[in-house]
Design a protein around this ligand. Sequence first.
Ligand code: FES
Length: 378
Amino acid sequence: MENQIPYARHYDFHRLKITKKQQLTNSVFALEFAIPDHLKKNYEYQSGQYVALKYRHKQQTYINDFSMTSAPHQAELSLGIKMNGDGSSTKDLFEQYSVGDEIEVSEPMGRFTLVSKPHEFRTIIGFAGGIGITPLLSHFKNILHTEPRTRLFLFYGNRRSDEIAFRDELDALAKNHANRFQVYYFFSQDETADNLFKGRLDEHKLKLIINQILHLDDTDEESTIWDAVDEVLICGKGEMIKALANACYNNGILKRNIHFELFEEYNEDIYPQEKEFPLVENIELEFRMNRQNYVTTLNDNRLRILQQLLIQGYPVPYSCKSGICGSCICTLKEGEVDLLENEYLTEKEEQSGKILACMAVPLSKKIVLNFDAETVAY
Ligand code: FES
């Protein structure tokens, strides 16, 4: 057994040339990369995914993830990057790299994706906060390109109007697809904004949006646009995601149709958990991840397995932490757990021992897991 915690997830990097750099707001810039023919396969991606950039800052190597803003049909791969203030690694990244320079870019990753349905008439709603716009921009460009009948509504929150990143691109998309795409901007620190558009995107704001923007459906006078919503995409900070995901759920959207991507470390549950379990303490956990074996002890079963492993510093893959995206899928080889929520695993996968670590409450004194892929026979 090895107990050394690995430095990071496994990434496959390649050197790519920067073909465009553009400052969009005081704190956001865009980088664009050309993909050489021999790497085209390695950089095939889906909207909603991200890449990691590896770069030097203050004599250290940094690896940070950034979502694509380009859509898969576009030749260049583009990213939106927030500079976290003077002295930050992202500010250095902006200042030190220019068009023509090469930088190490990982192959695409991430589960904040949607199944494409080119022949359906869908209604898709997006909520973005600040730099959380990046994967939504990719999604919306892709859907406008590949789903000719799908309509889209984007609600984008910032503190002030001068902080809206990608405004020109969003407004151009809305203008060019006026019958299918509408974008609304919200401001938490602009007292001059109309009441509807003033304040944070939260449960109260969702009610106003449902009643004042999504109430009349031209395509079906019996119903509202909200009633027709098929999928919801949310990206931003944890508090915003928690408020909006619960508000959408409380207003009738199924959890499996609410997709979100956290743009910060957030250890709270997105959805409240109400089940209670007998207390189990000092749980021995053995697990395999990235072809290495580990053994650790979990204090008790008050927190779920993923939460405890993240607190202990293990780079376990995750995204939603709510049993929806499948990022934390693993196989239970020994022991007993209760899965609080499962919107992802098929019956077959459950029968074969697959579990979701983010939703798994340990019920036995010893648990053995394997996070490395194991194929399920269908
Ligand atoms: S992190 Fe999304 S299902 Fe566990």
